[in-house]
Write a protein that binds this ligand. Structure first.
Ligand SMILES: Cc1cc2nc3c(=O)[nH]c(=O)nc-3n(C[C@H](O)[C@H](O)[C@H](O)COP(=O)(O)OP(=O)(O)OC[C@H]3O[C@@H](n4cnc5c(N)ncnc54)[C@H](O)[C@@H]3O)c2cc1C
Length: 354
């Protein structure tokens, strides 16, 4: 436990004031939480181990001879049903960071092809764009992996993997996938065991660029009875450029991905592109660019169905898609919920207006 001068937990049972908050994770949930807290005058520091904000709203960029290719290898699109998220999405659309995706989406299974209509949005020119906008107001510290959250004499103390001190905070919001949240919540065992109940599936994502259009009459498909669960023509999304060709993203199903999670990327590419060729009837067209990305934690297959986790006695909380909704929209709303819990706590602690 660090310096040995601990008097209690930094939450309600410890010192009273709330001004410094650490948010661990700059995915959509952490950014939504951080932005709301910063907007209410709190001193918020956001840490993320990645190179850029966005988490699983991710885009890989690569240059081809005739275009800059962008592949959304994580989240494919998002819905906007809740009015709070909807109004934020409208703002992103107005600012050019998102747009509706009018692609034809179908379901392909043993029974044939069925339409899968619905309103879907994507980030433009890639899925990271909305997160980048959110990040502008909170300037996350990228490339910092938080390894420990421990009580100190002046609030929660954070340390990185090398044991370096990352500062002291009155409240900490853990906004990372549930398996990664468990160790960070170790000082709040009830929260850690709640987080351990969520189950997240792995996913292999294959990125392929074909030098000419494949001529398929749909832009995305949910797939059953296959190693694949989803295929999408990324270049059919607004704001993408695939030059003369087409870019496709192929997702292994949760069951297939889990079975092959330790496989070599090259073998995964072979198996999933072969499944795509069979499914879509694509002839021997050579892909010009091929890559695979492994998500060890992609989407929750068992979430908590609570908007967030918060322990006011300790001043520790957690948010993310595994708490609520299992998707981008749920992650955003979960981040707002945790911010509101911290703001309500601040009122109790200090009598400050929310
Ligand atoms: C393959 C795939 C397909 C998907 N498809 C869709 C879809 O079509 N529609 C949809 O709505 N959703 C989809 N999702 C889910 C969606 O991406 C997530 O629900 C959402 O982005 C989760 O946001 P989050 O903030 O909860 O977590 P994340 O986006 O995972 O953010 C967590 C952040 O925490 C950081 N982090 C982790 N540990 C640490 C640490 N110790 N220290 C510092 N930083 C740390 C990570 O780098 C990451 O940036 C998909 C996800 C994947 C992977």
């Amino acid at each position: 436990m660090g310096d040995g001068t601990v008097i209690g937990f930094p939450g309600r049972s410890g010192r009273g004031g709330i001004s410094r908050v650490a948010v661990i994770g700059a995915g959509l949930s952490g950014l939504a939480c951080a932005e709301r807290l910063a907007g209410r005058g709190l001193d918020v520091t956001v840490f993320d181990k990645g190179r850029a904000p966005g988490g699983r709203m991710a885009t890989r960029r690569t240059d081809a001879e005739d275009a800059t290719l962008r592949f959304d290898h994580g989240a494919q699109y998002f819905t906007a049903r809740d009015p709070r998220f909807r109004s934020r999405v409208e703002d992103w659309v107005a600012r050019g960071a998102a747009a509706p995706w009018a692609g034809r989406i179908v379901r392909i299974g043993a029974g044939g092809i069925e339409e899968s209509p619905g309103e879907r949005f994507v980030g433009t020119p890639g899925m990271t764009a909305p997160a980048r906008l959110l990040a502008e107001s909170v300037a996350p510290r990228s490339g910092v992996r938080v390894a420990e959250v421990v009580p100190g004499s002046d609030g929660w103390r954070l340390r990185d993997e090398a044991g370096r001190d990352l500062g002291s905070y009155d409240r900490v919001a853990v906004a990372v996938p549930s398996p990664q949240a468990v160790p960070l919540l170790a000082e709040a065992p009830d929260l850690a065991s709640a987080a351990a109940e969520a189950v997240m599936a792995g996913c292999w994502s294959v990125l392929a660029r074909f030098p000419q259009p494949l001529g398929l009459d749909y832009d995305g498909a949910f797939v059953t009875d296959s190693p694949l669960s989803w295929i999408a023509c990324d270049s059919s999304k607004p704001g993408r450029d695939a030059g003369r060709g087409e870019t496709w993203v192929l997702h292994g199903s949760p069951a297939w991905s889990q079975r092959h999670i330790e496989d070599d990327p090259a073998g995964v590419i072979d198996r999933l592109t072969a499944a795509f060729r069979d499914l879509a009837g694509v002839g021997p067209v050579e892909a010009g660019y091929l890559a695979a990305h492994r998500w060890r934690f992609s989407i929750p297959i068992q979430g908590l169905d609570q908007d967030c986790l918060y322990d006011p006695e300790r001043g520790l909380g957690a948010c993310g898609d595994w708490c609520l909704g299992g998707r981008v929209e749920g992650a955003f709303l979960s981040g707002l919920a945790l911010a509101d819990r911290i703001l309500a706590d601040r009122v109790l602690a200090e009598g400050s207006p929310v």
